[in-house]
Structures are given as structure tokens and as C-alpha cells.
Design a protein around this ligand. Structure first.
Ligand SMILES: [Zn+2]
Length: 304
């Protein structure tokens, strides 16, 4: 959406949209960007808050542009939660506008320490934005959000603390489960080749070498040289499988597979990973924990 359009919608909303917090008994409303963040806020807030996610399953946050309906939602939010670190690269102007009109916003990247963020020159912000693929990071973010929400909306403090503590327990169990699953894979097989570099945090936490085709953002297409370099590497290192992603078109990974085959070797597509968006809400991959478990099972089973 153009800046002019955003301004027009904002102006309209300032005069015409339902004012915030004016209705008695209305729930504290949090507007979120990606499906991972929507799921996290639903887990912490439960029935006490209303969470409105603007991106659905399969949506690529690097490329997502705000609709007029999104801007109206954001304008009426009690709190806006987004990933930051330039993940939502096309929404930066919208978040700035929201700050200007006094909306409360929090970027999850800002809740982590420098040490918890992977630096990478390959991205606009010089930081890798895919922070949710470290379970340690997701736990830290959960803890910080409990504190943040309790200050901003003290009447629900007990709910945030109780739900948040329970969710951290689930994340601890997930982390243990992932470690055990990864142990099934010999160290030399722990090489992950995917459509774009979303898995560096996963690689760091669970000892995988990670090679992505498109660089950190999906806004840059994989070049022919990139495909050649990676296909040589796949042959050299005898990598059994490469992976497509639910929110990235499959053509670059298919091109990589074709390149390996053109050299007389074979590599299989190991399955579809959920990287920058969760699956449908009624499916096992429709929440963060289910998505993580599904990805790890897919990766380990294909690379064994
Ligand atoms: Zn990404």
C-alpha cells in the first residue's frame, strides 16, 4: 500500500473508527503480524485478550504489504506486536505511523540481547530476523512479554503470569524432545539445505550446518551461480535431501535438484518445512510447538 493511501486510511480511522478502550468490558486487543507471534500471544493471553493476526498461514512476511483493513485493525489496537529486525520489511512505514499516533508497539527482536541475535551482512538490518527458530530465544521473548503485558494491562497480570509460566514449561519439553530427535542423526548428516536462510538459529541451537538458497530475505532471488555452488556442494558432501518451504515458491529448490541431476547424481526433496509462517490452525503445524516438531521430524527422517 502506498504512503498516501496509508495516510488517507489513518485520517479516516482517526475520525470514524471506533475509539479504543471506550466500550466497557471490551477485551484488551493485541494486533500481531506473523502466525508465530499470533500463536504466542494467544498462549500468554488466553481468553483474557483478543488477538488479531494480520498474516495468515503460508504468508511470506518479507513481502507482505498492509491492506486497508490491516491499517484499520492496527489503528484500533491496544498493543501491536511484531517481529522487527526488518522481517516485516514492507510494514516499517506503517509501524512508524502507528507510533506517531500514539499506538503502543513492541518488536520481539528488541526483547533479545545482542548475543541472542545472529549478525549477518546479508540482511538489511545486518541481523537475521528468524529469531523464533531458537527455542531459547522464544522462551526469553515469552518471559519478557509476560513482564511487558503485565505492566501495560495490569488487570490481566495473573493470567499472563500463569499462562506464560505454563507455556515456558511446554517450550522446555519441546526443546528436550528436539534434542533427542536430532540425536538420531549422525553429526556428518546434519546439513540443512532450504529455499531461504531461515534456519540459522535452528542450526546454532541444534548443531546443524545451514545452507539457504535465497539469502536471508525472500526478496532476492537465488542466482544461477548460487545454484551451481550449492549443487556441487550437495554432490561433494553426499547430502541426501533438500527442503522446500511453505511460504516460499518451490522453483529455486526444484532448480537446485535439477542441477544435481544434470551432473548425474541424485538428491531428494525431503519435504516441506514451515519457516516464516505456521500451517492451517486446525492442523498439527498450526501452532508453534506443532510446527517445530513437524519440521524436526521431517528434517531428521529425510537426512538419516
Ligand atoms: Zn524468512
Amino acid at each position: 500500500m502506498s504512503k498516501l493511501k496509508i495516510s488517507v486510511v489513518l485520517l479516516f480511522c482517526l475520525f470514524a473508527c471506533k475509539p479504543r478502550n471506550k466500550q466497557k468490558n471490551s477485551k484488551f486487543t493485541v494486533v500481531t503480524t506473523t502466525t508465530m507471534i499470533t500463536d504466542l500471544l494467544q498462549n500468554i493471553g488466553g481468553e483474557a485478550i483478543e488477538v488479531k493476526g494480520i498474516m495468515g498461514p503460508g504468508v511470506d512476511p518479507h513481502l507482505y504489504k498492509a491492506s486497508e483493513g490491516d491499517v484499520a485493525k492496527l489503528t484500533q489496537a491496544d498493543l501491536i506486536v511484531y517481529n522487527g529486525l526488518h522481517l516485516e520489511g514492507k510494514l516499517v512505514d506503517v509501524f512508524e505511523k502507528m507510533n506517531q499516533i500514539g499506538r503502543e508497539t513492541v518488536a520481539l527482536g528488541g526483547l533479545l540481547t545482542e548475543k541472542q541475535i545472529i549478525n549477518s551482512e546479508a540482511f538489511v538490518s545486518a541481523h537475521d530476523p528468524h529469531i523464533w527458530f531458537s527455542i531459547d530465544n522464544w522462551k526469553k521473548i515469552t518471559k519478557e512479554l509476560i513482564v511487558f503485558l503485565s505492566k501495560l494491562n495490569p488487570q490481566n497480570k495473573a493470567v499472563y503470569q500463569k499462562n506464560g509460566a505454563k507455556y515456558i514449561e511446554h517450550l522446555n519439553a519441546l526443546q528436550q524432545e528436539v534434542k533427542t530427535k536430532v540425536e538420531e542423526l549422525p553429526k556428518e548428516n546434519r546439513i540443512l539445505v532450504t529455499a531461504h536462510d531461515a534456519f540459522s538459529y535452528f542450526g546454532k541451537e541444534f548443531n546443524f550446518e545451514v545452507l539457504g538458497l535465497q539469502g536471508l530475505s525472500t526478496t532476492t532471488e537465488a542466482g544461477v551461480r548460487d545454484v551451481q555452488r550449492l549443487s556441487n556442494l550437495i554432490i561433494q558432501r553426499e547430502i541426501k535431501a533438500i527442503f522446500v518451504e511453505s511460504s516460499v515458491p518451490q522453483r529455486t529448490v526444484k532448480a537446485l535438484q535439477a542441477s544435481v541431476e544434470s551432473k548425474g547424481k541424485e538428491v531428494k526433496i525431503g519435504g516441506e518445512l514451515f519457516s516464516d509462517a505456521l500451517g492451517n490452525t486446525n492442523e498439527e503445524t498450526g501452532n508453534y510447538i506443532g510446527m517445530f516438531r513437524y519440521n524436526v521430524n521431517t528434517i531428521v527422517n529425510a537426512l538419516k
